[in-house]
Design a protein around this ligand. Sequence first.
Ligand SMILES: Cc1cc2nc3c(=O)[nH]c(=O)nc-3n(C[C@H](O)[C@H](O)[C@H](O)COP(=O)(O)OP(=O)(O)OC[C@H]3O[C@@H](n4cnc5c(N)ncnc54)[C@H](O)[C@@H]3O)c2cc1C
Length: 411
Amino acid sequence: MLMEFGTPAPKKEVVVIGAGFGGLACARKLRKSSAYRVTLIDRNPYQLFSPLLYQVATASLPEDDIAFPVRTAYREVQFIRAEVTNIDTEAKCITLNNGKTMAYDDLVLAVGSEGTTFGIPGVAEHTLQMKSVGDARAIRTSLLRNYESVEDGLLPIESLNVVIVGGGPTGVELAGAVRELQGEIKREFEHLAPKATVTLLEAGPRLLPTFQPSSSEHARNALTKMGVDVRVDAAVVEATPTSLRLKDGSELVAGTRIWAAGVVAPPRWKVLGDTERGNRIKVNPYLQLNDSTWIVGDVASFAGTDGRPLPMIAPVAIQQGRHVARQLVRRERGERFESFTYRDKGQMATIGRRKAVVEVRPWLRFNGTLAWLTWLALHLAYLSGGRNRTSIFADWIWNYLVWTPRRTIVD
Ligand SMILES: Cc1cc2nc3c(=O)[nH]c(=O)nc-3n(C[C@H](O)[C@H](O)[C@H](O)COP(=O)(O)OP(=O)(O)OC[C@H]3O[C@@H](n4cnc5c(N)ncnc54)[C@H](O)[C@@H]3O)c2cc1C
C-alpha cells in the first residue's frame, strides 16, 4: 500500500484465542506495541486461576477470587466474548459461534486443555470433573449438600464418602482439602461426620508421578496420616450412579466421585496440524505452526531438554505467551526469531495446612511448613489482579490462622 509521507503504517491485527495463562501473558506484553492491535477472544469474560479451583470446590475460597475479569483489564486490548468455532489458517480468518468472521495478520492459539475420561464407561455421566468454576461449584454442592440429605434420610450414609481419581497434584491437593473440610463439618453434623471417608485412587504405582519418589512417599504418608485412604495401582474400569468399580473387581460406593485424571488439548483443533498424544499440536522452535499461526500453552506440543513434551502447567504457558509476543516485536524490527527455551523453576503440590512438597531441582527439595508457605507465596504472586490477590490473602489469613474455613452457603 502507498503511504502518504508521515502517515503511520496501519497496525497489524493479532488475534489471541484464549484469555488463560498463555494468551493473557502474550496480550499483556504486546498491548503497548506500536505495530500491533491486539484482540483477545475467550468464551468466558475472566481468566480462571485453575491452581486454586480445589479451594473453591472445598468451600475455602469464593469463586470470584480466582476469576480475573479480562474485559477491562487492559485498555489497549480489545476483548470479545465468544467461542471460536473455526480457524482457516490459509485465509487467515476465524469464525465465532455467533456466525461472525474475523480476519487477522497473526493468530495466537492459547485454548488450553480439557478433561478426558479415557473412554471408561460411566465416567462422563457419573463423576464430577474439576476444570471450570461450574465444576468446582458442583463438587462443593455435592460435598456439603450430602450431609443434609443423609441427615434427612434422603440418602444412605455411604453418600458421605468421597472418591477422587487421579494421584497427580490436583488429586493430592483435593484429597487433603476434602479431608480437612470433613474435619470442619464435625461442628455441624457431629453424629454423621465420623462416618465420612476420602479415598484417593491412582492407576500408577505412586502419587505425584512427575515428582521424585521421596516426594511421592511424603505425600502418601501425609495423606494417610490425615485419614485419606490412598490406593495406588488402582485403575477404575467403570463408574455407576453410586460407585466406582476397580480393575481388581472391588467396588467403592461414594456420594461424591471426582475425576481428576488426565487432560488433553481440545480435539477440535487437531485438524490444524500434526498432533502428538493428547491432541497437542506440534510447533517449530519458535512456537509456530506456520508463518502467521503461533501456538502456546497446554495445546502446544514442544519438547523440553529431555526430549519429552513440556508439561501442561501454567509457567510453561506464561513463558510461551511472552515468547511469542517478543518474536512478533522482533519481526517488526527486522530481527531474527529466537528459539523458545523453557526455564524450569520446579514443581510443587500442597497436601493440606502446613503440608506441601516443593522440588526446585531433583537435589533441592523440601516439604512441611516451609514448602507450604512457599506454595502460598508463589500462588499469590502468580495471581492476576491486586484485588483478587488481596482478597485471597485475607481469606487465607482467616482460614489458616483462625482455623475455620470460609463456608459458602449452599442453596
Ligand atoms: C484443577 C486444575 C489445577 C491445576 N493446578 C495447577 C498448578 O497448581 N500449577 C500449574 O502450573 N498448573 C496447574 N494447572 C494447569 C494449568 O492451569 C494449565 O497448564 C494452564 O492453565 C494452561 O494455560 P493455557 O493458557 O494453555 O490455557 P488456559 O489457562 O486453560 O486458558 C485457555 C482459555 O481458552 C479459552 N478457550 C478455550 N477454547 C476456546 C474457544 N474455542 N473459543 C474461545 N475461548 C476458548 C478458555 O475459556 C480459557 O480461558 C491446573 C489445571 C487444573 C484444571
